[in-house]
Design a protein around this ligand. Sequence first.
Ligand code: FAD
Length: 342
Amino acid sequence: MDVRILMELESLRKDMKEYFEITWASLRSMVEPSFAERSVINHRDYLTIGDIVTSYAINITETEVWTADGHKINYDYLIIATGHADQVPKRRSHRLEQFQKENEKIKSADSILIVGGGPTGVELAAEIVHDFPNKKVTLVHKGPRLLDFVGSKAADKTLKWLESRNVEVKLEQSIDLNSFKDGLKIYQTSNGENIVADCHFLCLGKPLGSSWLSETILKNDLDFLGRIKVDDQLRVKGWNKIFAIGDITDIPEIKQGFAAQQHALMVARNLKVMIEGGKTQCNRWMETYKPQLAMAIVSLGRKDAVAQFPFLTITGRIPGYIKSGDLFVGRTRKQMGLSPHL
Ligand SMILES: Cc1cc2nc3c(=O)[nH]c(=O)nc-3n(C[C@H](O)[C@H](O)[C@H](O)COP(=O)(O)OP(=O)(O)OC[C@H]3O[C@@H](n4cnc5c(N)ncnc54)[C@H](O)[C@@H]3O)c2cc1C
């Protein structure tokens, strides 16, 4: 069977990305750039067999994938995992340099504005105040509470944690993104308030990576949000040999790396059944996926975190012990067959 992996490109610029990044380590890497040495991993380091095609997928047929650089790749089975389109450099070394630059930006600023109070904005604010407690950090969020995707208890505890570290949190306010200019030090919120900050970071949602499918054979398999509609075996509904996994799917659960890993493992096992048994029509031997329970851990610096479990919300050292020390980087590396340390 022909097994190839399509790697992602720096989306709009049709440029290739040659590495896998543990996304949830990226905020720590901004305040501690050496952290990225373990979390930004060349694809070839863990994918020691098989072809790697570094190009942007632009079209698919029932048997082929076409890439932006003109390659046609035949497939027997296709797995679409184009979660979110992100604009990051092509090479690992450039990504590491980017973290250095972001770190210099943080170090040289006395005051920092973070726009967006989802997990990214919250984790970044917490990382900054942990390493640089004397910097003035302001976080602006347009919703009525932080971390909209978790329960209100977790959101309240997070707000208290940040405020106890002198982060100024402004809820129900937004900032006109078009007003941003390099070197601008005064930012006006929707309430007319002025925020003075030496630099800013935008921590807003990224666009889904499904726009490239809108003119393909799967154009009718996207929901109104652009997510791919899948069945309980994570096949695109109505297609026997095309699967979709990760953030790009319409599975009713919080979009998390943990869930994406579970999708990948199950689809890999099902593929084995299909390939070995040749039973493409037969669902009998294939596993079905059950959406993950609503659980999430948001780190708050190096030692604390806020965790939402199905019937419990906790803040502090216990959830921090689970996630915040290493952010699951060593564990993820081990799952990829790599040493947890360099
Ligand atoms: C800052 C941050 C912190 C997070 N923290 C956590 C956490 O603590 N715990 C947790 O479980 N989850 C966390 N998440 C969520 C987690 O990162 C995602 O759920 C996970 O990465 C989803 O994986 P994916 O493979 O579906 O998509 P992605 O990781 O988005 O990967 C999709 C890849 O496909 C590429 N791509 C897009 N379109 C194309 C195309 N046409 N052709 C080729 N390639 C394409 C993209 O460039 C991208 O590299 C966090 C995310 C972020 C951004």
